[in-house]
Design a protein around this ligand. Structure first.
Ligand code: ZN
Length: 454
């Protein structure tokens, strides 16, 4: 039987319209004039006085991964369920190769891990860590053939993830040929190492001093180098978790010069600032790069939709127990924050408070990432697209509690949120109704993504 989401205001990146959404199977069959759909025989989801948005697309998550001696508390089952509760109906994760694996083999392994567990659609980014040898480079094309035309590299974390700039450049050359997007964690390791050394000498390398351990200049310096290499190689480049408006401006400048340069930021860099490290549990906020000044956070808001084209979670689900083991040494605290469930509520709330428009939220959190990352069928509710949508009550107010992520804290605890996600539909199936889980067996499918346009 068809489903009709009736009586709501549909929000698209181009604007709002009063329309009923007709769902047939797993797709949107039409946006109907409310008078037209009056006599329709369908299962009805009542959206009267509510907003209907495309489901969130989160292109930056880490699920069930190991970092040193710590493994995140979640798996594809729990993480995708939490994502759905938070209005995200598809996500992209990373496939970091294990010893002996090439990037494409890692993608295959991760697809089989997620299949049968994920309750929403999922895809993967290939990754190259430590050495860009011939096998790894050839894996970029093989991964693109598998539907993973993105490759992640790090300029930081020596001995664990880091690639030297020569290797980054080699990756870019291959990626340009394969029409894959190069995603970069940009921080200059040598600057971080020097800063950490100095803090250690003074005996203050704890969570409170985390922002000094990874200073803004490390991010700006690496971003400039990487953008320059993209110009040199013709690669398309995407800077993950941008924390500084200055870095966003560098991206915009590169784009004006003809480089295919993109960037995202994350909710924690918009809604929080470095003062969190002076709170009693500063270690719970340790991520890299760190939160910056309140001025930088304010500046980042102005880059949304212009120099930065996405807001993604960088979800990494450690709990407070894991965070506190090495609270006195910020370099050993497992970095990353839980956030796959809170991204959409925070952005929707910001729109309802007038900080940006609701179509902006759709563009930043769904439409633009779906396009850039080649996710056909995602990011819009136009006819023919996947029936991934959320219904939001714009009048509700609540605090971020009762979350579903596999952890015991949120960095946004106590924040007042405007708007509440009442209903979540993914692939035509209702997963959340009146805020309660009603989904049946895990039906998330692997998203075979398209390569960048030539
Ligand atoms: Zn990340």
């Amino acid at each position: 039987m068809d489903t009709l989401v009736r009586g709501g205001t549909v929000v698209l990146e181009s604007g709002r319209l009063r329309a009923d959404v007709l769902i047939r199977g797993s797709r949107v069959a039409g946006l109907l004039d409310p008078r037209e759909s009056a006599g329709f025989k369908a299962r009805v989801i009542d959206a009267s006085d509510l907003l209907v948005l495309p489901g969130g697309v989160d292109v930056h998550t880490h699920i069930g991964i190991q970092f040193g001696e710590f493994t995140t508390r979640d798996d594809f089952g729990s993480a995708t369920r939490a994502a759905a509760f938070g209005g995200t109906t598809s996500l992209l994760e990373f496939a970091f190769p294990e010893p002996g694996e090439d990037p494409a083999e890692a993608v295959e392994r991760r697809i089989s891990q997620a299949s049968g567990q994920a309750v929403i659609d999922f895809g993967f980014h290939a990754a190259i860590a430590q050495h860009a040898d011939a096998d790894a480079l050839a894996g970029i094309e093989r991964a693109a053939k598998l539907g993973a035309p993105t490759v992640k590299v790090f300029t930081a974390y020596r001995g664990i993830m880091m690639l030297e700039l020569g290797d980054v450049m080699a990756v870019m050359r291959e990626a340009a040929k394969a029409r894959s997007l190069v995603m970069v964690h940009a921080e200059t390791e040598a600057i971080v190492e020097r800063a950490v050394g100095e803090l250690r000498e003074r005996g203050i390398a704890d969570a409170r001093h985390h922002p000094q351990a990874r200073p803004g200049i490390a991010e700006l310096d690496a971003a400039r180098s990487v953008l320059r290499l993209a110009a040199e190689t013709g690669a398309a480049v995407y800077l993950v978790h941008v924390t500084l408006p200055e870095v966003a401006e560098e991206i915009a400048r590169a784009r004006a010069d003809g480089v295919r340069a993109y960037g995202e930021t994350c909710p924690h860099y918009l809604f929080l600032d470095e003062s969190v490290y002076s709170t009693p549990h500063g270690e719970r906020f340790v991520c890299s790069p760190p939160m910056r000044s309140a001025t930088a956070a304010r500046g980042l808001w102005r880059t949304l939709g212009t120099s930065l084209t996405g807001v993604h979670s960088d979800h990494c689900c450690f709990d407070s127990e894991q965070k506190k083991v090495y609270a006195s040494d910020s370099t050993r605290i497992p970095p990353g924050l839980p956030g796959v469930e809170t991204r959409m509520p925070l952005l929707i709330s910001a729109a309802l408070s007038g900080r940006l428009s609701m179509p902006d939220v759709v563009r930043l959190c769904s439409s633009e990432p779906a396009r850039l990352f080649g996710m056909q069928g995602k990011g819009s509710l136009l006819p023919g697209m996947d029936a991934d949508l959320i219904v939001v009550d714009p009048r509700a107010r609540h605090r971020l509690d009762g979350l579903h992520m596999a952890t015991d804290y949120t960095p946004f605890a106590g924040m007042e949120i405007r708007g509440r996600i009442e209903t979540v539909v993914a692939g035509g199936e209702v997963l959340v109704s009146a805020g309660r889980w009603v989904g049946e067996k895990p039906a998330g499918r692997y998203i075979r993504r398209r390569r960048l346009e030539a």
